[in-house]
Structures are given as structure tokens and as C-alpha cells.
Design a protein around this ligand. Structure first.
Ligand SMILES: *Cc1c(COP(=O)(O)O)cnc(C)c1O
Length: 368
């Protein structure tokens, strides 16, 4: 059987059935039900935040927090193209303009030394991405944001459970978006959340995600529908019980990959970040394009039944819907461009067997 780049975690079938049983009695399936409330409470504790709002997915969590922050149409948002297209789409669909900044060579997060040169009088926010769970240089980003009066909203879709010097990844900037998609380290099948520092945003977000309805007889905003249902919240409650064990198991696969691939000429792995507790969400490998060719290796692995992903390729500023638009020249983000052309994420999930990791590494190393 083929091994995919990821495999969704699942609780025991019986555990999930037990969790959803009371819903068959209450018949309350969505709209801030008991499971929703419980998951919100447990996530607050796990992520160590005071404010969290759940959503039907991570993408809408990001769109909704942008809406709640009330930016003026046409405002510029500094972000990176080395991300899932959701980040860029959320900015554009919110009537804002993405301004692309290049990334670091080592951890693939935003190159903070270039942010200030991209700020104009139209800049309203920065949306950096904690790529692969590598944390951005939050201190530098937040110092710049303070100096220029910008909001900082992290795309923390990859960074669930990651901490820096004991501080949760959910606590940086003005807000952080998490994705609870089935492929993420922690999931609710589909789902997402936003954590934020300003508690006043809480009633606003709850209204916006429910058609703008405020109380039984009035509608305050032109909101959409982005609520998380009870069956999804119940999946989250079950998965959260096992999250530390899941992350630990991923760590074992990560360790074996590193033992096999570290120090090999032509192969670059993500370095551990100082003070950061990782969640092992992905295992990206950067090939040099000479000794090792990314596309060739992806194909060799696929032939052996190991499905990898060119993640993130192509860059968001070069997909059809953005290519050629002003500001979307890939020449402005050369490090991101080079990275996207040479990176491959290898299979990574809890329960990935050591033998599989070894076969994957053997296949890569024999490709030289
Ligand atoms: C998964 C992901 C999203 C979108 O989250 P969904 O829950 O799928 O809507 C956004 N940004 C990044 C970086 C992601 O990996």
C-alpha cells in the first residue's frame, strides 16, 4: 500500500462514538453547542490563550479576523508567497492588497530585514507564516509593527502546539490563525480557530461567523457562515486528548530522518530553532538541484509507493490567478522562488514506521 505524505490521526472509533452519543439525545448539532464550548475551553488551556474563536476552517478564520479588524479597502498587507494559497487569497478576498516579502534561507519564514522597505502609507498589516511550524522572528516583526502602527496576524496553520521559550505560538502578535484540517497535526476533520489579544473582538467574531446575527431580533453585520458544528468539535475533543502522544510519535520519525539525511552534501534540512519546542508537522528537504534533483527524487519515491509533496510549489505569486499582476513578480522574492523549485516534503505522520523512513532515505541517497 502506498504511503502518503500525511495520514490523518484518528481516535478509536469507540472513543468518538462515546463523545458524540449525547448529541443523539440533545439533537443540538451546531450553533455554539456543548462540544463547541468544551473544545474552545480546552484549546484555551492547551494553547495558553485568553481569547479563541472556532471556525469551520482555517481559511475563514483568517478572512473573519481580517474583517473584524476593519481595515480600509485597498490597504496593503505584507506577507510571503511561500505559503499555501489560502494566505494570499484571504488577503485579496478581504479587499486588501498582498505585498510580497522574501523569505529566509534557513527556516523559510519572512525575511524581517526586508519588511521596512516594503512599508508605504497604505500598509495596514503584516501576515507572516510560521512555515512548517518554524516560528517567525516574532520579536523583530512586532517591533516593526509597533513602530509603524501595523497589525500582525500570523498564519499559524502549521504551528499548533509549538512554543518558544515556553510561550505558545498562539500568543504572538495581534492574532494567530490555526487550521484544524484533517492533514494538520491537530484536526477537527475541517476546522480552524483564531486566537487574539483584544477581547473586544470576541463578540464581533461570533456575530460575523453567524451571518452578523446579534441576539434573536437583530442583525448587526453583513456576516457569512463560518461556524464549527458539534461533530467536528467532538473530533477535536478526542484528538486533543492524544495530541502530546501524536507529536511525540512524529518526533520519532523526524529523529530517524535526521539521523539518515543530516550532513549529506546536496541535502539541506530545517535546523532546530533555539528555544523552540517543535510539533514535527512536516519534514521538508531542500535539494541542491545538482547532486540531487527534486523532481527526479519525487518520481523515484512515487515509483516505490512513497508519495511526497512539492510543498510549497508553485509560489502563490506565480499561480495563474496572480501571475502577471502588479507586485506578483517572482523576481522580487528570489529566495522563495529558489526554495519552491527545490523543496520536497517527505511523508510525516504519527505512526510512520522506522522501516518506511529508512526505505525513503535509501531511495533518496541512492539517487545521487
Ligand atoms: C492548511 C493551511 C491553511 C488553510 O487552512 P484550512 O483549514 O484548510 O482552511 C492556511 N494556511 C496554511 C499555511 C495552511 O497550511
Amino acid at each position: 500500500m502506498a504511503i502518503n505524505v500525511t495520514r490523518s490521526s484518528l481516535p478509536d472509533f469507540e472513543e468518538y462514538c462515546e463523545e458524540i452519543k449525547e448529541l443523539w439525545d440533545s439533537r443540538w448539532l451546531t450553533n455554539n453547542g456543548v462540544k463547541h464550548k468544551q473544545l474552545e475551553k480546552e484549546l484555551k488551556k492547551y494553547l495558553n490563550v485568553s481569547n479563541i474563536t472556532l471556525f469551520t476552517n482555517g481559511h475563514l478564520a483568517l478572512e473573519n479576523i481580517l474583517e473584524a479588524m476593519g481595515f480600509e479597502e485597498g490597504g496593503e498587507v505584507i506577507t510571503t508567497p511561500f505559503t499555501f494559497v489560502s494566505t494570499t487569497h484571504a488577503i485579496v478576498r478581504s479587499g486588501l492588497k498582498p505585498v510580497f516579502c522574501d523569505i529566509n534561507r534557513d527556516d523559510y519564514t519572512i525575511d524581517v530585514s526586508q519588511i521596512e522597505s516594503l512599508i508605504t502609507d497604505k500598509t495596514v498589516a503584516v501576515i507572516p507564516v510560521h512555515v512548517y511550524g518554524n516560528l517567525c522572528d516574532t520579536d523583530a516583526i512586532e517591533a516593526i509593527a509597533e513602530k509603524y502602527g501595523l497589525k500582525v496576524i500570523y498564519d499559524a496553520a502549521h504551528a499548533f502546539g509549538v512554543t518558544k521559550n515556553g510561550v505558545s505560538s498562539a500568543c504572538f502578535g495581534d492574532a494567530s490563525m490555526f487550521s484544524f484540517h484533517a492533514t494538520k497535526v491537530f484536526h477537527t476533520v475541517e476546522g480552524g480557530a483564531v486566537c487574539y489579544s483584544d477581547e473586544k473582538l470576541s463578540p464581533l467574531l461570533n456575530d460575523i461567523k453567524n451571518f452578523g446575527i446579534h441576539g434573536p431580533e437583530d442583525v448587526l453585520y453583513v456576516g457569512g457562515n463560518a461556524k464549527m458544528g458539534e461533530l467536528h468539535a467532538a473530533m477535536g475533543i478526542c484528538n486533543l486528548r492524544h495530541i502530546d502522544e501524536e507529536i511525540k510519535k512524529r518526533g520519532e520519525a523526524d529523529k530517524r530522518y535526521r539521523e539518515r539525511l543530516s550532513g549529506v552534501e546536496g541535502i539541506k534540512l530545517c535546523a532546530r530553532q533555539d528555544g523552540v519546542k517543535p510539533n514535527y508537522s512536516y519534514f521538508p528537504v531542500l535539494f541542491d538541484g545538482e547532486k540531487f534533483n527534486r523532481d527526479d527524487i519525487a518520481q523515484r519515491l512515487a515509483e516505490k509507493g512513497f508519495n511526497t509533496r512539492k510543498y510549497f510549489y508553485p509560489l502563490t505569486n506565480s499561480v495563474s490567478c496572480y501571475r502577471g499582476k502588479p507586485g506578483c513578480e517572482v523576481s522580487k522574492t528570489p529566495v522563495a522562488y529558489q526554495t519552491a523549485n527545490n523543496i520536497l516534503t517527505l511523508p510525516m505522520f504519527a505512526g510512520l514506521e522506522r522501516e518506511s523512513v529508512d526505505s525513503i532515505c535509501d531511495c533518496i541517497l541512492s539517487a545521487k
